[in-house]
Design a protein around this ligand. Structure first.
Ligand code: F6R
Length: 243
């Protein structure tokens, strides 16, 4: 695993947008694994900009998002469905709604949404690329510390640390859903290539622990040491704290 300092969020977002663009140019039927959260807010406008500039046909591309809050309608302003449509899918012609996969946070109780999503992931093949953020506690997707490395997509409980971090996006802290449907750690590891982005002071501790190389279920992101094609992209703030 290599850690690269691209100095700031903007440069890192352009780098990642170019990686996504190249993935689609190399394979117009590519499968992209996408993430949400504050880390990604500059990525999707940059990616859209490059798609426009290169007049890329994305109609054959499939996307899989990592997670969705349980209990929120897709149309809820804080749902990850809304996040992705506002920032990416509604911004460029050609994305096919039927090729956009986001876990259903409001699925019927009779449906095992985790199993449905995991099966779909397997039917489609391996994602060509997976973009990841990281939680302050080292989670990837919403796989919190202690999650089995064998985990597949399922409904997971969010820890107080994650609920607190995500509360900035909601009017009241109590409004943050307590659970999410998240791709599991073994699901994430199926991608051919992984780019993990981390910016700012709040992520220093998680990246410092990741950089030790120790592999432990207490630091979910540490599973990435077992993947042969992972880049960790950080900014100056994190890099300088580590050196
Ligand atoms: C989001 C996701 C999470 C976030 C992480 C960091 O789809 O899976 O793992 O990447 O919680 O969130 P931000 O970017 O808001 O700091």
């Amino acid at each position: 695993m290599n850690i690269y300092n691209l100095k700031d969020k903007s440069t890192a977002s352009i780098y990642t947008a170019i990686a996504l663009l190249k993935t689609i140019k190399n394979n117009p039927q590519a499968i992209l694994g996408l993430a949400t959260g504050s880390t990604m807010v500059e990525l999707y406008p940059q990616f859209t900009d490059l798609l426009r500039a290169n007049q890329v046909d994305v109609s054959g591309v499939h996307t899989f998002n990592l997670d969705e809050y349980v209990g929120l309608e897709a149309t809820h302003p804080q749902s990850y469905y809304t996040y992705m449509h506002e920032r990416l899918f509604n911004q460029y012609e050609g994305w096919q709604e039927s090729n956009i996969h986001i876990p259903n946070g409001k699925s019927d109780e009779a449906v095992d949404e985790g199993a449905r999503y995991e099966q779909l992931l397997h039917e489609m093949g391996r994602p060509d690329i997976q973009i990841l953020g990281i939680g302050e506690n080292g989670h990837i997707g919403f796989n919190e510390p202690g999650t089995s490395f064998e985990s597949t997509t399922s409904i997971v409980d969010l820890t107080p640390s994650t609920l607190h971090a995500n509360s900035i996006h909601f009017e009241h802290a109590d409004d943050v859903p307590k659970q999410a449907v998240s791709m599991g750690l073994s699901s994430i590891m199926r991608a051919e290539r992984i780019i993990l982005l981390a910016f700012g002071e709040k992520k220093i501790d998680a990246i410092r622990r990741l950089a030790t190389g120790e592999i432990s279920e207490e630091l979910p992101a540490s599973i990435l040491h077992r993947h042969s094609n992972v880049e960790v992209i950080v900014d100056d703030v994190i890099f300088k704290a580590l050196h």
